[in-house]
Design a protein around this ligand. Structure first.
Ligand code: PEP
Length: 254
């Protein structure tokens, strides 16, 4: 598939996989995807598996991501993990503002913007998640919600940092539900997000930012979704927990 921007497909393992299970999974992905050059492949294990997974992917085409990080640097923040600690494991990406964290940990756009700034300060690329709930979509609020989230959670980034930031459009109603947005719904939302980036930054920056789609992506719908001009990859939950299904999404996207 000929794309303007290089596809980036990330697996969000969420709170799944022991170290041994994570190693099995990543070794399987490594085997299945060893010849893939067209896609940036990222795995985001829980913190507890970062160290071993990091060692397992040295000299491979797989990059490491984390699922969250603190907005603070080292210090008195019990239970938190700083960007510098992630760097020790060669973490290159970090998912920020996932809808589960927005919902259950009450993360605000303001907090997410602070985390994005801290990630960039450590040269970790943030994957900033945005997306509307079903009630918001049905109430005609989708654009307003996306606008608020983009304005707030990407506030303060320079254009150079924005280009190194990934936006993940994840309609909340499609996450873990088996309900995927149609490729047209995804394209429309992605094009709208890109127009917001053009306003907040500039046209050239907006054109270079990769926007992933997330929400029940699987091998069967990956090709159709990735063929949309403004869809530049996927953030995958459930289907990233098994090597073949994650590898098939990647292979079907090329
Ligand atoms: C996610 O949690 O980011 C996600 C997209 O999950 P799923 O693929 O399971 O819908």
């Amino acid at each position: 598939m000929d794309k303007e921007r290089k596809l980036v497909i990330a697996g969000n393992w969420k709170m799944n996989k022991t170290v041994a299970e994570g190693l099995d999974l990543v070794n399987g992905i490594k085997r299945e995807c060893k010849d893939v050059k067209e896609v940036d492949i990222v795995v985001c294990p829980p913190y507890t598996a970062l160290s071993e997974v990091s060692k397992a992917i040295i000299n491979s085409n797989i990059r490491l991501g984390a699922q969250n990080m603190s907005e603070n640097n080292y210090g008195a923040h019990t239970g938190e993990i700083a960007a510098g600690m992630l760097k020790e494991f060669l973490v290159r990406y970090v998912i920020l503002g996932h809808s589960e964290r927005r919902q259950f940990q009450k993360e605000s756009d303001e907090l997410i913007a602070k985390k994005a700034a801290a990630a960039h300060a450590a040269t970790i690329k943030p994957i900033v998640c945005v997306g509307e709930t079903l009630a918001e979509r049905e109430g005609g609020q989708m654009e307003k919600v996306l606008q608020t989230q983009v304005r707030g959670s990407l506030a303060g980034l320079t254009p150079e940092q924005m280009v190194e930031t990934i936006v993940a459009y994840e309609p909340v109603w499609a996450i873990g539900t088996g309900k995927t947005a149609t490729s047209q719904q995804a394209q429309d939302a992605h094009a709208f997000l890109r127009s917001l980036l053009a306003k907040q930054f500039d046209d050239n920056t907006a054109r270079r930012v990769r926007i992933q789609y997330g929400g029940s992506v699987k091998a069967a719908n990956a090709r159709e979704l990735m063929s949309q001009p403004d869809v530049d990859g996927a953030l995958v939950g459930g289907a990233s927990l098994e090597d073949r299904s994650f590898a098939d999404i990647i292979k079907n996207s090329i």
